[in-house]
Design a binder for this molecule. Sequence first.
Ligand SMILES: Cc1cc2nc3c(=O)[nH]c(=O)nc-3n(C[C@H](O)[C@H](O)[C@H](O)COP(=O)(O)OP(=O)(O)OC[C@H]3O[C@@H](n4cnc5c(N)ncnc54)[C@H](O)[C@@H]3O)c2cc1C
Length: 369
Amino acid sequence: MEYDCLILGAGLSGLYAALQLQQRGLRCAVLEARERPGGRIFGISPYDDETRFDLGPTWLWPEFQPLIAGLTRTLGIDLFAQQTGGAALYEDPNQPAPLRIDGESPNAHSYRIAGGTFRLIEALAERLAPDTIRTGRRIAELHQRSDHIEVRTVADDGREESFGAPHVVSTLPLRLLADSVRFEPALPAGHAESFAATPTWMAAHAKFIAFYDAPFWREARLSGEVFSRRGPLTEIYDASPVRGGPYALFGFFGLPAHARRTLGRKELAGRSLAQLQRLFGDAALQTRGWELKDWSEDPLTATAADAVPPAGHPAYGLPEALRTAWDGRLLFAGSEASAGHGGYLEGALEAAATACALIGPNNTDQNRK
Ligand SMILES: Cc1cc2nc3c(=O)[nH]c(=O)nc-3n(C[C@H](O)[C@H](O)[C@H](O)COP(=O)(O)OP(=O)(O)OC[C@H]3O[C@@H](n4cnc5c(N)ncnc54)[C@H](O)[C@@H]3O)c2cc1C
């Protein structure tokens, strides 16, 4: 057999799993439906190739997240503190003007990756064996065979392929896995029910970002942070690069997914810019451009059930009995499988490490005979 292990999904969890297994000498491929790796880690570089602006995850907390702290050090990735200098603003529907809030920001311990979070994906991909990441291959079916698992993929043009390995690590968000992949035989009921009930972190949300030639909010001694009960953006932050411009502000919408869909991108952008003008003055209308990413409409992250976000941060993690299936050959990772840091970048690493540790070297040796 060509592979010791197949990894499903080339997000952070999938690439980290591939690195761990290849460092142990196992032969593996990562099968990915999108035409790019990264999954929820996604940024755009509208002005120069050096600077990506994040439309997915932005922050990490190295003080409390040992795996990502260590990985960024190993990969030589520079971190910088989230810009929090200056006052934050608070918008209340019953107040005529926003209130300035001085004092330490709740984001004072949040860090960003210089050049954008996608640097992490690029640096991991560079360390994998050539051709490890196979993009444009959507997993459609998994079949349990006597000594391996067969993975069937389909490309956008309908081309089907089949891969096989004694072990398969899925890093698809658990709910998406249960919703979109066919298992033969069916997954045990306990697995299927638990996975379907696991919300994909941030899948219900959308980000808006506006680009500027000057950081006019900093000039007014504002951090760019806003907490708003008026909206449409409920939280806003400085999203500028580590040095120089173009400068940027990003925000999360408070409107639910169905309301965003009804309004459409242009209307949402218009209302967001009007809010920024209300908060920061007319300079906020002089954008170089804007972008909006609605994750609830992305079928490779969100299912219909993800349109409604969970009330708080869910209690993620898989009990031991649900970490594997099919005699231990099929393993489940992805951030939501992590008990300690589920939903976060740190969780994607932790879940991958937990799954990889369950793949013993003996299985591999037997297979090569
Ligand atoms: C808007 C937003 C903001 C966030 N902010 C933060 C933050 O500030 N800090 C933080 O720590 N975390 C944040 N997160 C969460 C963070 O992005 C995730 O925890 C992390 O990226 C999950 O990585 P993963 O590899 O587990 O999953 P994913 O990145 O979802 O990777 C799964 C992969 O599987 C692929 N896939 C899906 N279906 C198939 C299929 N059928 N066949 C093949 N491939 C498939 C997907 O394309 C994807 O590449 C945020 C997320 C979002 C959306």
